[in-house]
Write a protein that binds this ligand. Sequence first.
Ligand code: HEC
Length: 105
Amino acid sequence: MARIAALCLGLMAAATPVAASEVEGARAAELKHLVIQDCGSCHGLTMKGGLGRPITRDLMQHYDREILRDIILDGIPGTAMPPWRPLMSEADAMWIADYLRGVDQ
Ligand code: HEC
């Protein structure tokens, strides 16, 4: 019985996605600040849109995290959406992607 329980736990662990991102603590707080200050300057303090389109949780949930990460890193050429690659790592951008999607982290 114990072996079966252990096996089930093992399977559950395997099915659970790895931790949402590698960013935590102080860096996460900095990124949260950046989202409000910098992203917010175009997308609105509550992300409901301004110069940039709304990027609220409801809307962002329809994006894959990798796609959102790439939009953040590379911007959208030909629009005011700038690339953030010079200012952050891929892990940072992934953290923001998950943050916008409302994923627990
Ligand atoms: C200088 C203004 C500006 C800043 C700063 C800015 N954006 Fe944008 N962003 C835009 C504009 C304008 C668009 C819409 C581009 C278009 O017409 O497709 C956009 C589009 C987006 C989109 C795609 C939205 C969609 O519906 O497809 C995402 C996601 C996004 N921005 C995230 C961010 C994040 C995250 C930050 C901060 C790290 C940020 N933006 C900072 C101007 C900005």
